[in-house]
Design a protein around this ligand. Structure first.
Ligand code: MN
Length: 491
């Protein structure tokens, strides 16, 4: 399934009180709204109008069907008229898909001359949406509320961003991650409870032998390598004479793709400490796979591998880019304070400002041959870094707003892709907050998702969410973390 294959079901609340004419009008308008929303170009997925619901049975049946429909990633509800909410309880209590309560109204304006009690009976979203909101609150149901006029493009775009998060939740529940080798020895933050993530997030995280991958690499044919080398040459500048090293990367990519695709895996992790039978740590091989939508995490970090895959799926069709990233080093000059992010090889070229160069350099760790990799600068722009950590008994998703800049120096001897940014609210406070929250050195850096979407996704998955923004202080964050700790223990 791609992002665009997912559908969202539009369920409109009403009741029999108003007579058939009102119900016909509501149904016709719901279809009209659906058609216009679909034609707006602001939604990544299709809205399907399902029902103007008048009874408990209609709602329960529709939600049961939504639960079982693999193409349905969520429901959008709205009350054109008043819809008594006890009739929603049985359906909503069993809802397994994401839910958005769209608090809108068919008409934009109150018509001065036309308004009378008939008009009021037909157009009472302000009334109906409150009854509907209460039952969501009473059920403690995870839901998104989006308020505003349905024809306004900012409202439609917000609905579209929520749809992307909901499709990311659906994708998460099906995600399989292939591990080559274990966690890097002694590292804590990349560890985690694979049973807990499968219960909460749906991820199937399992291991396959590095030896099998090595055999698959050796079995790749020259013609397969030739075809992939053509692709590399069309996308990147060949800035090395060591073509054999690049060809070996192509072999690795072809073999890894075969194994992942055979098992239906959309993300993978590996580690430089377990490359038995392989000549190079995968560099371009991994980078080119990342660019086509696979998730990746180094040093056995399957959590960041899965998050990269999910964020790439959520942002399909967007042009900013999302990459596996690592915080490396700081520039602490007053007035010019930046973080430099990179990795030893595997940054995704979707975030490159220019055409990446293929280079071959020695790699001090891993004890293997010099690996070919893509070298480039990341682009300027607003972005986020996202980290999922295991707090023991619960998962915490941390999202920090950042401003990426053109790297302030060329760093000609740095042989890897690099991105430079200012953390929000500033480097020092942003760093203090990140450390207080326990955020990892591995992140997903994305120019395409925002914190609201990651918050939506975390709510759908029922995990803790921490946002470090321009308004965050270390004091406020510490208090929020303490309260969250208590709340999540009670949950
Ligand atoms: Mn790393």
């Amino acid at each position: 399934m791609t992002l665009n294959d997912y559908e969202f079901w539009f369920i409109v609340g009403s009741q029999y009180l108003y007579g058939p004419e009102v119900l016909e009008t509501v149904a016709a308008r719901a279809q009209e709204m659906t058609d216009k929303l679909n034609a707006s170009g602001n939604l990544p997925c299709k809205v399907v109008y399902k029902v103007t619901a008048k009874t408990n049975a209609e709602i329960t049946d529709t939600i049961r069907d939504a639960n079982h429909d693999t193409k349905c990633a969520g429901i959008i509800t709205w009350c054109h008229t008043f819809s008594p909410s006890k009739m929603w309880i049985n359906g909503l209590a069993n809802l397994q898909k994401s839910w958005c309560h769209f608090a809108t109204q068919y008409n934009r304006e109150i018509p001065n001359d036309e308004i009378d009690m008939d008009f009021m009976n037909l157009n009472q979203a302000a009334h109906g949406d409150r009854e509907h909101g209460f039952i969501g609150a009473r059920l403690r149901a995870p839901r998104k509320v989006i308020a505003g006029y349905w024809q306004d493009s900012d409202v439609q775009k917000r609905l579209g961003r929520w749809m992307r998060a909901a499709a990311g939740a659906a994708f998460s529940r099906e995600l399989k991650v292939m591990r080559f080798g274990d966690n890097m020895r002694e590292v804590a933050v990349t560890e985690g409870d694979k049973v807990e993530v499968q219960i909460k997030l749906g991820w199937q995280v399992n291991t396959w032998p590095v030896g099998e991958l090595a055999c698959m690499i050796d079995a790749v044919s020259d013609s397969e390598v030739n075809a992939l080398m053509k692709e590399y040459e069309s996308l990147y500048d060949m800035a090395t004479d060591n073509i054999e090293a690049v060809r070996y990367q192509a072999r690795e990519e072809i073999a890894m793709r075969k194994m992942l695709d055979r098992e239906g895996c959309r993300a993978f992790s590996n580690t430089f400490q377990d490359l038995y039978g392989m000549k190079q740590l995968p560099g371009i091989a991994t980078q080119h796979m990342l660019a086509s939508g696979y998730g990746y995490g180094a040093e056995g970090d399957w959590k960041v591998a899965a998050m990269t895959a999910i964020i790439k799926f959520m942002t399909e069709g967007q042009k900013g880019g999302s990459a596996f990233m690592e915080d490396y080093t700081y520039h602490l000059v007053p007035g010019s304070e930046y973080s430099l992010g990179a990795h030893m090889l595997e940054v995704c070229p979707s975030v490159a400002a220019g055409k990446p160069r293929i280079e071959v350099h020695p790699l001090g760790i891993g004890g293997k041959e010099d690996p070919a990799r893509l070298v480039f600068e990341g682009r300027e722009g607003k972005a986020v870094v996202v980290s999922l950590v295991d707090m023991g008994g619960r998962l915490r998703l941390i999202c920090q707003d950042i401003q990426c800049v053109k790297p302030i120096m060329p760093m000609p001897n740095l042989p890897v892709a690099r991105v430079m940014w200012q953390a929000m609210p500033n480097l020092k406070t942003g760093l203090e907050c990140w450390i207080l929250a326990g955020g990892a050195h591995h992140t997903v850096l994305s120019y395409d998702v925002d914190a609201e979407q990651m918050r939506d996704w975390a709510r759908m998955m029922d995990i803790e969410f921490v946002h470090i923004s321009k308004d965050t202080t270390a004091e406020s964050l510490e208090r929020d973390l303490l309260l969250a700790d208590i709340a999540w223990k009670l949950k």
